[in-house]
Design a protein around this ligand. Structure first.
Ligand SMILES: C[S@@+](CC[C@H](N)C(=O)[O-])C[C@H]1O[C@@H](n2cnc3c(N)ncnc32)[C@H](O)[C@@H]1O
Length: 257
């Protein structure tokens, strides 16, 4: 019997997570959303402070909307798109609770029809590593169509590096994948390198990912998730605010005219 393919969650499995259900059969029920830290990502906030965000902004794969809400609170015009209707509903609630105006809509990042020529800045905070390779190609091409000439792209995704011994649970993306996919679809890379992303350690620590998931994931992927969970558990008493830095790469690119 052949081993399962590397796991890439689909939009329906994300929606289940946001509803508080196991993402797929055999998975444990979520204790938290791994990327829900209740605030914008620190690295994104720094980019904004440094002037890296301008014009009409697309936050693609916006999830619960905290990055969009932060950028809107800083005066930007922001559209947040996500494939999960539940995430979009919750993002709208979060925005209205803080009195910030963001356009949140359900959309598939691999099929961005209806958004042609709309955006000057794209923020991708942890979406790209969720897509399989054909999805990444379709996504990069769709981003080109939905932006204006000279548009900027800031993309953060899991790397295979580590932060003080902490490693990515799944889905790290190679630098050559990023370079090849983006340049083939009309993006020029200005910088690609290591950075960090703040995750919610509660979602990982002390979980047993081995039970019932062997049909969905190859053994080495399950082992990695177990290893990540055990490392998080060991440092949990040392963490401030239940969050943990994870190894990411960031790409800053611009659209070639
Ligand atoms: C790891 S989460 C990151 C959420 C948010 N950007 C953040 O940093 O908190 C990835 C998000 O991408 C969304 N997503 C995954 N595949 C997608 C697709 N094909 N189209 C649109 N959204 C997608 C998921 O629903 C999820 O909300």
């Amino acid at each position: 019997m052949s081993s399962p393919q590397p796991f890439r969650p689909d939009p329906e499995s994300f929606d289940k997570l946001y509803r508080g259900e196991p993402a797929f059969e055999g998975a444990p029920a979520p204790t938290a959303i791994p990327w829900d830290i209740g605030q914008a990502q620190p690295r994104l906030m720094e980019i904004e402070a440094l002037g890296g965000i301008s014009g009409a902004v697309l936050d693609i794969g916006c999830g619960l909307g905290d990055n969009s809400i932060y950028l809107a609170s800083r005066g930007h015009s922001v559209t947040g798109l996500d494939g999960s209707p539940t995430a979009i509903e919750k993002a709208r609630t979060r925005a209205s609770e803080v009195g910030v105006s963001v356009t949140f809509e359900v959309a598939d990042a691999t099929n961005l029809t209806g958004y042609d020529g709309r955006f000057d800045t794209v923020v991708d905070s942890a979406l790209y590593h969720c897509l399989d390779e054909p999805g990444q190609q379709a996504y990069a091409a769709g981003l080109y169509r939905s932006t204006r000439p000279g548009a900027r792209l800031h993309l953060w995704c899991f790397s295979d590096g580590n932060v003080n011994g902490l490693i990515a649970p799944i889905g790290s993306v190679t630098e050559s994948n990023l370079r090849d996919t983006l340049t083939a679809n009309g993006w020029r890379i200005d910088f690609l390198g290591p950075t960090t992303y703040l995750g919610n350690y509660v979602a990982f620590a002390g979980r047993d990912f081995s039970k019932g998931m062997s049909d969905q994931m190859p053994p080495e992927m399950l082992e990695r998730m177990q290893e990540v969970s055990s490392r998080f558990e060991k440092i949990s008493d040392l963490l401030d605010g239940g969050t943990v830095y994870l190894p990411f790469n960031v790409v800053h690119a611009h659209r070639v005219d």
